[in-house]
Design a binder for this molecule. Structure first.
Ligand code: BDR
Ligand code: CA
Length: 311
């Protein structure tokens, strides 16, 4: 079993990613760490706990993380996710407890206590928790097996500014620390996540699973896709965050290149841009495996069948 920490700011697409992981026997989920992003930290932590409840996994450990980016005021995305971050759902208040330990302490300790390369981290939100952990304990960089990051965009441009994707834009300094860390990185930018669309027929399949998880997922995605449908003129919105977990389960669904990625941290115009050297025109060395294509039908087949195993 792959030892996994999920760092997240739920968010409907985060919720689906967490559910996919909780439904998959391939993972030993060491913990879920929350961060401020789509909505403030108190809400992302409540939402992560609700998702554990929904999956029947109150044993899953949830650690509350940083409530603001390393060096900037928090930017949130209620315009996409609603005021709760999980609008569209009607889940009861959560019962899964929050652990006493702060998320950054948990990250550092669990990486130190496991063998080198044993722990994978999937980041689904701003990289604040990991960035701070790397600042406080630089030794962990050489111990982390890999980080699978939903963030960035290049050919597709940005989704929160012209140049920047939301997760990187919210905490570019933390992203910069992560991309310079030497940790093996797999990156899921908008270039690939924009190919994973919640078409109506796909949402209907979730609704028809016959379980509570399928009903909640159909409802939450029906809410969150409305903003993107209007913005992009597509049938459905991109299902960003589950791409990270799907890659860990079935990497052959995705294809990409080993590239150099640098985070813009100073320019007012392009703050948070992920400058991806796709054509290898610089002499900078590759530091990330950057995905660009996906078998979207295969992705939804995997996701739907796994969600069908949950309560
Ligand atoms: C990312 O931003 C958030 O709104 C989503 O949850 C996803 O992690 C997409 O840009
Ligand atoms: Ca997210």
């Amino acid at each position: 079993m792959q030892k996994l920490i999920i760092d997240t700011d739920p968010g409907q697409d985060d919720a689906v990613a967490i559910l996919l992981a909780l439904a998959s026997q391939e993972f030993d989920i060491l913990g879920i760490t929350t961060v401020a992003g789509n909505v403030p930290l108190d809400l992302t932590t409540i939402n992560a706990r609700k998702i554990c409840d929904l999956a029947g996994r109150r044993d899953c450990r949830v650690f509350a993380g940083q409530d603001k980016p390393l060096a900037r005021p928090l930017v949130t995305a209620e315009h996409v996710h609603g005021s709760t971050g999980l609008d569209g759902t009607d889940m009861p208040p959560p019962q899964t407890p929050v652990q006493d330990m702060p998320a950054v302490t948990f990250l550092i300790e669990s990486i130190r206590e496991h063998p080198v390369d044993a722990v994978t981290i999937a980041t689904l939100g701003p990289l604040t928790n990991l960035g701070l952990a790397l600042q406080q304990a630089p030794d962990i960089a050489a111990r982390i097996g890999q980080v699978v990051i939903m963030g960035g965009g290049f050919f597709e441009g940005g989704n929160i500014t012209v140049a920047a994707e939301f997760n990187i834009f919210v905490d570019p300094e933390a992203a910069d620390i992560t991309f310079r860390s030497g940790i093996p990185i797999v990156m899921m930018p908008l270039d690939v996540t924009h190919k994973v669309l919640t078409h109506q027929r796909r949402i209907e399949r979730f609704a028809c699973l016959g379980n509570e998880t399928g009903r909640q997922v159909a409802n939450m995605l029906s809410f969150s896709e409305r903003f993107d449908e209007e913005k992009y003129g597509t049938d459905g919105g991109p299902l960003h965050d589950p791409c990270t977990i799907a890659w860990l389960l079935a990497p052959d669904l995705f294809s990409g290149r080993h590239c150099n990625v640098v985070i813009e941290t100073t320019s007012e115009l392009t703050l948070g841009m992920t400058v991806i050297d796709w054509w290898q025109v610089s002499d900078r060395l590759p530091n990330a495996h950057v995905m660009r294509d996906v078998d979207d039908e295969g992705f939804f087949a995997l996701l739907t069948s796994r969600l069908g195993t949950l309560p």
